[in-house]
Write a protein that binds this ligand. Structure first.
Ligand SMILES: [Zn+2]
Ligand SMILES: [Zn+2]
Length: 276
């Protein structure tokens, strides 16, 4: 069974959404029999991150100020490395990054990464946005989005375009929860299969690793991504890694047995690991 996870969150500096400290997460991984652990708090930076959603203004994970963002991200990585040294356990210090395709965002992001030096990066899309990135809303706050129906439809299409552009950017070691939008019953109708197929094609073309995220089983009774997507990606030998997306110690390695059974049933052959 896979005995590591690279998608986990902590409560560092009181500004992330994990519930445990770095030490607690490392010790839980050790107790679980893991050989290594990746810690990937959210990297959410965009000058317009608050535009489009009232609720976002109170979210401590969001950063619109470049210097403040760079500073906190640097302290986050440095702290993980410091604790890992003390705990004598193999820990990778990374980020789960909310990607945006504009050149302006990419330029800032590249500056941050050069300065902060994380060990790895997970590519994520939690936001729907307008094409010019002037208005955006985390799907977790979808109820507070103020947009007309046709604008919302366009923003949902951009959810998929965003994933495709993130793959093409080649910034990321692996892609997170491709269909996380289904948590909020978004893009569940058959018409969205067009976009899901486009994501599959792009992952294949770029041989971009992605995750089987087990946290969906806890939330809605289904993993990310859909089983039919996994089947298609398996046929194409796109590398896969199992993630728990643990926000608490007890979620580390959660449902990994079930994920292994699913991958075996699908005869999924190509697995991925950091440093391979
Ligand atoms: Zn996520
Ligand atoms: Zn996550």
């Amino acid at each position: 069974m896979q005995n590591f996870s690279y998608h986990t969150h902590t409560n560092s500096f009181g500004c992330y959404d994990g519930h445990n400290t770095i030490e607690e997460m490392i010790n839980a991984a050790r107790t679980k029999g893991f050989c290594e652990l990746g810690i990937s708090n959210h990297l959410i930076y965009h000058p317009n991150i608050y535009n489009g959603c009232e609720q976002a203004k109170n979210d401590k994970m969001y950063h619109a100020d470049f210097n403040k963002a760079q500073d906190i991200f640097k302290r986050t990585i440095d702290k993980i490395k410091e604790v890992a040294d003390k705990e004598k356990f193999k820990v990778y210090a990374g980020f789960e990054v909310d990607f945006f395709p504009s050149l302006k965002w990419r330029d800032s992001f590249e500056k941050i990464i050069t300065e902060v030096k994380p060990d790895y990066l997970i590519g994520s899309t939690h936001f729907i946005r307008t094409s010019d990135e002037t208005k955006m809303c985390n799907i977790y706050y979808i109820k507070s989005l103020e947009a007309a129906d046709d604008e919302k439809e366009e923003m949902l299409k951009n959810y998929w375009r965003n994933i495709i552009e993130a793959i093409k950017s080649r910034y990321f070691d692996f892609m997170a929860h491709l269909d996380v939008c289904k948590l909020f019953n978004l893009c569940c109708e058959d018409k969205w299969n067009y976009w899901k197929e486009k994501v599959i094609e792009t992952l294949d073309e770029y041989k971009q690793p992605f995750e089987l995220n087990t946290s969906g089983w806890r939330k809605i009774g289904e993993q990310h991504p859909h089983t039919w997507m996994l089947k298609e990606l398996g046929k194409r030998n796109v590398p896969i890694v199992i993630s728990d997306d643990a926000h608490r110690t007890e979620q580390i390695g959660e449902n990994f047995e079930k994920a292994e059974v699913l991958l075996k049933d699908l005869n999924y052959k190509t697995r991925w690991k950091l440093g391979k």
